[in-house]
Design a protein around this ligand. Structure first.
Ligand SMILES: *[C@@H]1O[C@H](CO)[C@@H](O)[C@H](O)[C@H]1NC(C)=O
Length: 196
């Protein structure tokens, strides 16, 4: 059974049907944040497919939400094969989880997400060790769409893009992970049809 960890790029409330893993007030104070989240990616600050380096200085808490700010910074040291020209924010849940036999958690979060060209906010799950699996519960890749993706492998990808209407408004994403008792885990987006 794959183990997942959670990366969250805007305000998040993660809840299972019976046990709350991460409460809705997780971004209410720095101590609430520190209880549930760490800064950067679980592996480090910048080995990921984007031209930004993560820094806690780009993350702030405001009115119960996590605010992430990308700043142009061409003086960052480039990676071997990738120019790093921005500083940005990533946070990940300290808690990992396994999908329980016959059950599974729900992940719900509210987002005020930009769709400007060059931005790439994302709310996603990845394995605690190795890759895949990955489930992109919501990504906005600067196209005007919201994307939902599951990766069985780098070749076996199911991707759904929907027009992201009213990006200036808050939108809720609800993803349900479920065990299928055969080693497979599915992800259903309860309100994906509400986007576009
Ligand atoms: C991923 O694996 C599941 C379970 O075997 C299968 O149902 C699904 O079609 C696969 N997705 C792709 C894109 O191959």
């Amino acid at each position: 059974m794959p183990q997942f960890t959670t990366l969250v790029l805007t305000t998040a409330a993660l809840a299972a049907a019976q046990t709350t893993l991460i409460p809705t007030d997780c971004f209410s104070s720095q101590s609430d944040f520190d209880t549930y989240f760490s800064y950067d990616y679980p592996w480090n600050s910048d080995v990921h497919n984007g031209g930004a380096r993560m820094s806690s200085t780009q993350c702030s808490l405001s009115n119960g939400a996590l605010v992430e700010t990308a700043t142009y910074d061409p003086d960052q040291t480039d990676l071997d094969d990738l120019a790093i020209n921005y500083l940005s924010c990533a946070v990940y849940a300290k808690q990992t989880f396994a999908v329980t036999a016959g059950g599974g958690p729900d992940f719900q979060a509210d987002f005020l997400a930009p769709v400007d060209v060059g931005t790439w906010p994302a709310f996603w799950l990845t394995a605690t060790v190795g890759w895949p699996p990955e489930i992109d519960m919501a990504e906005w890749k600067g196209s005007g769409d919201i994307s939902f993706n599951t990766f069985n492998s780098s070749e076996e990808v199911t991707a759904l893009d929907r027009e992201y209407v009213d990006p200036g408004e808050w939108h809720t994403v609800l993803a349900e992970l479920r065990d299928h008792r055969n080693g497979d885990v599915s992800c259903s987006w309860v309100n994906a049809g509400g986007f576009g």
